[in-house]
Design a protein around this ligand. Structure first.
Ligand SMILES: *Cc1c(COP(=O)(O)O)cnc(C)c1O
Length: 391
């Protein structure tokens, strides 16, 4: 009898894995947005308030970015055809890297197809099996995966516990020590104690690498990120990565640092070498996004204003938002199925904010993670507050 998909799935045990996930309330489903990303999105013809996008400044469908991408596609085509190192490096890649370096006030920059790929490429390029890498317990999955891929001795320190990191570094042996942390933690919205981390790393001769994914365009007087927020001079932190997919409204991961670092990555980061370069239109959108962050600082003001309105309202309603200091607003519920139930109730009243469950967050801390945008109105925030208050 011919193999059917059902037979094959049964033998391989795929269905069992899925059933197990479903029993634990951990089944994930895709939802399709009809039309562009924005403060409101359409799903199955129904308009919903979107409170789960990282499109912080509302740039993902901004006419300036759309026009830049359209023009770039017309002039430079859609595909880049090959790896950056073969024939894939086009004028727009160089322009984007110049723009990123300038934006982050760094000597040089390199872009990867995504932030995930940047972390996957950079960490193994910096440390190997004779080295030690230290990372925060709540680090983003891409950092953990990069650490695993590096084959270095991995030491995880308790969340934001610099004293503990200090002791670990003092005991550490190995050729090189690399410390990696998010600057804004993606599921909790709290900020890493960057000045202390810089001091400890410098004292122990460890390399510090930071992930500015949720800080870029959001933190700091001009949106440069946590470095600017803390007034740490550019160049003091040897390895700074981030993404162009969140506040910048486009796609791509970046790393900024000294010329040697960037040349090292061009030569050894496997997720840079063995993949096709970003399409030119995406590079053009990123350049326009970075420009908008400078030209329209009021977007950041609006984002923070909505953030205050949302978080003040939730706290007044007696909810615990943990340690957030950024627009990321976690409403921790506890068990996965309870978080799913709350997400479903929000969806019923037209609010899209799916449950975040293990393994994305630790067991027992399933949550709804609300992300306001600059383009939400005060009424949009009020609608969410009302819905949550009704529970
Ligand atoms: C989103 C995110 C990434 C990955 O960036 P992408 O460009 O979406 O691949 C990496 N690190 C952190 C902390 C993130 O939040």
């Amino acid at each position: 009898m011919a193999d059917t998909n059902i037979d094959r799935s049964e033998r391989a045990g795929w269905r069992e894995v899925l059933d197990e996930l479903a029993r634990g309330g951990l089944m994930r489903k895709l939802r399709t947005i009809e039309g562009a990303q924005g403060p409101r999105v359409r799903i199955n013809g129904r308009e919903l308030l979107c409170f789960c996008s990282n499109n912080y400044l509302g740039l993902a469908d901004h006419p300036a970015l759309v026009q830049a991408a359209t023009r770039a596609a017309e002039e430079h085509g859609t595909g880049s055809g090959s790896s950056r190192l073969v024939a894939g490096t086009m004028v727009l890649h160089r322009r984007l890297e110049d723009a990123v370096a300038k934006f982050k006030r760094a000597e040089a920059a390199i872009v990867f197809p995504t932030g995930y790929m940047a972390n996957l490429g950079v960490i193994p390029a910096l440390v190997g099996s004779h080295d030690v890498v230290y990372c925060d317990r709540l680090s983003h999955a891409s950092i953990i995966d990069g650490c695993r891929l590096a084959g270095a001795d991995l030491r995880v320190y308790p969340h934001n516990d610099v004293a503990r990191l200090d002791r670990l570094l003092a005991r550490g042996r190995g050729n090189r020590a690399l410390v990696v942390t998010d600057t804004v933690f993606s599921m909790d919205g709290d900020v890493a104690p960057l000045p202390d981390l810089v001091e400890v790393c410098e004292r122990h001769g460890a390399i510090l690498m930071i992930d500015e994914a949720h800080a870029t365009g959001v933190l700091g007087e001009t949106g440069r990120g946590a470095t600017e927020h803390f007034g740490i001079e550019p160049g003091r932190i040897p390895v700074v990565m981030g993404t162009l997919s969140k506040a910048v409204g486009s796609l791509g991961g970046y790393v900024v640092g000294g010329l040697d670092l960037i040349e090292l990555l061009i030569n050894t980061a496997r997720s840079f070498i063995y993949t096709t370069a970003l399409p030119p239109a995406v590079c053009a959108a990123s350049i326009a996004g970075l420009r908008m962050i400078d030209e329209e600082p009021q977007r950041r003001d609006e984002l923070w204003e909505r953030t205050r309105q949302l978080q003040d309202g939730l706290r007044e309603a007696g909810l615990d938002l943990g340690e957030t200091e950024t627009p990321i607003t976690p409403v921790v519920v506890g068990e996965a199925d309870e978080a799913v139930a709350l997400a479903d109730r929000l969806l019923d009243v037209g609010i899209l904010a799916p449950a975040i469950r293990p393994p994305t967050v630790p067991e027992g801390t399933a949550r709804i993670r609300l992300s306001p945008m600059a383009t939400h109105t005060r009424e949009d925030i009020e609608a969410v507050l009302e819905a949550i208050a009704r529970g």
